[in-house]
Design a binder for this molecule. Structure first.
Ligand code: BYC
Ligand code: FE
Ligand code: FE
Length: 482
């Protein structure tokens, strides 16, 4: 097998980048390693550090059979540095350098821009682990508990992926950035994580599923854009990260589906036809559909902020430089330079929301966000098909992109989920109808009691259709140390 397909598991840091032949980087990573383990033990999953967890570990990077399953204590997980195979003769796919051979070293003129992109990407990975660290205490099943931990260790690996690039290609300031990635803390007043949504709480399992559906999907879009990069090491690392991201979104999508399923089944069993009869639905011990919609509204709008400003010179510069492309850039059939193109952008003008054509280069964040919204919509369609199949009359919708925004064109205005502009007083009076309030949070929290018997599920969520790695229904995915 070619050297890049198999992973060397002999040393402290599993890798397919030939770390043994690169003593400087090997040393730097081995020096960073104890701080990482320390971070994992103090900021990673609370209460389960000694438990044996049925986890998958990457043992190769070829599409078939890269995963190996087995019981591992999380601090002993083999976080590796894995790059997708190089593509021979690859050229820069877009921007001013389109058609030139891809870079194997950092182009000096773009060093700062590239480092910033890598640091921002790297910062989100440990942030999500921190946000989710208390969830183990209330897991609805051992199956879900295991999936949480799988997502967590892979986000840890994604941090390793960015830290490798910083150590290998950015010398001393790369080392400092790598140290800072372990220093910032989600939600901390003095040293918060870099992007808004990564400082929010993930208080309950419905939030976790919404986060992995909506926010990990931003991860997918951003990684897909960075996978197009002319800086080949970044492209290759993001390509492999994307294969892991698929599971994170599966956890979110299926978790939300199972929650909806259980609610609809309970409504049918109790003869409740009206989804807005919240009191009766909640009395069945399931989460009413309007509250699920509110959670959706919250996580969707928080995640839209992660796309930055609709109109952004940062994004234009990164594209021009060949560092960050569009979603599926290599499948698009325009000139990949966009110098004369325009793109429609939504913005508030004189109290209403209008579409304006702006130079396409400056609208790349908006474009990626549009692709993201379309991707989210397919999940919502599946949930609605499920609700219909279960005989309940209710439709989930994605709120308007102007709803509840803090970044970009809509940060200055208030809008309802249909995109009607509201004055501040109306927004304040009505926001509780659209976003979860304290009472909703308390109700959901009241359902969050752990279920730790193999094959058993909390009453608010349906069991999954199949086990992980084809394991039977009563498989003990996590052996909790008592
Ligand atoms: N919060 O020109 P603009 C994932 C700042 S998720 C705070 O619009 P740009 C994952 C911005 O930094 C994917 N600040 O920005 C998911 C800039 O500041 P400076 C993460 C914000 O650069 C789940 C200023 O506003 N990866 O992997 O075009 C679990 C002007 O903004 C925010 C990436 O994001 C915000 N939301 O766009 C685990 C990819 N938005 O520089 C993991 C890398 C903007 O003027 N990042 N600002 O001081 C990027 O591509 C871009 O930095 C962004 C922002 C898309 C984030
Ligand atoms: Fe990630
Ligand atoms: Fe993820």
């Amino acid at each position: 097998m070619p050297e890049t397909m198999t992973v060397d598991y002999d040393g402290l840091i599993p890798n397919n980048v030939g770390l043994n032949d690169d003593p400087r980087v090997k040393k730097a990573l081995e020096t960073w390693h104890p701080g990482y383990i320390d971070w994992w033990k103090t900021m990673g999953p609370e209460g389960f550090q000694e438990s044996l967890v049925y986890l998958r570990t990457a043992i190769g990077v070829d599409p078939e059979g890269w995963a190996k399953f087995g019981f591992v204590r999380m601090p002993e997980y083999r976080w590796g540095i894995l790059l997708a195979p190089a593509i021979a003769g690859r050229t820069i796919p877009f921007g001013a350098h389109k058609g030139e051979p891809v870079w194997q070293e950092v182009p000096g003129e773009y060093r700062a821009m590239l480092r910033r992109l890598i640091v921002i990407q790297g910062d989100t990975e440990p942030a999500s682990v921190e946000q989710q660290r208390h969830l183990g205490a209330t897991a609805p099943s051992l199956y879900d508990l295991r999936n949480l931990f799988q997502v967590n260790v892979e986000e840890g690996r994604h941090l390793w992926a960015m830290v490798y690039l910083l150590h290998k290609y950015f010398g001393r300031d790369g080392r400092e950035e790598a140290d800072d990635l372990l220093r910032r803390r989600s939600g901390d007043r003095d040293t918060p994580r870099m992007l808004g949504a990564f400082n929010e709480a993930t208080p309950d399992w419905l939030s976790f599923f919404m986060f992995t559906f909506f926010t990990d999907r931003d991860g997918k879009m951003q990684l897909a854009a960075l996978a197009q990069s002319g800086f080949d090491p970044l492209s290759r690392t993001c390509r492999f990260m994307l294969t892991e991201e698929a599971h994170h979104m599966f956890v979110g999508d299926s978790g939300i589906s199972r929650t909806i399923q259980r609610t609809c089944e309970a409504m049918r069993a109790a003869g409740i036809a009206d989804p807005s009869d919240i009191v009766r639905v909640r009395a069945r011990g399931v989460i009413d559909l309007p509250t699920i919609q509110k959670k959706l509204n919250l996580h969707f709008s928080l995640t839209l902020d992660l796309f930055g400003n609709e109109i952004s010179t940062n994004a234009a510069n990164a594209f021009n430089a060949g560092l960050k492309g569009r979603y599926r850039e290599d499948k698009l059939t325009d000139d990949h330079q966009l110098l004369n193109d325009t793109y429609p952008v939504l913005r508030p003008v004189a109290g209403e929301i209008r579409t304006e054509l702006v130079p396409a280069l400056s609208a790349l964040n908006m474009r990626l966000r549009d692709d993201y919204v379309a991707d989210c919509a397919s999940g919502v369609r599946r949930w609605n098909a499920l609700v219909e199949k279960l005989g309940i009359s209710f439709r989930f919708t994605l709120p308007h992109v102007a709803f509840n925004r803090r970044i970009g064109e809509f940060a200055a205005i208030h809008a309802d989920p249909e995109g009607n502009v509201l004055d501040a007083a109306t927004w304040q009076a009505r926001r509780g109808a659209w976003l979860p309030d304290a009472a909703d949070g308390d109700f959901i929290a009241s359902l969050m009691r752990p279920e730790s018997a193999p094959g058993k599920y909390a009453a608010w969520i349906a069991p999954p259709r199949a086990g992980i790695d084809n394991q039977p229904g009563d498989f003990e995915y996590v052996r909790v140390e008592r």
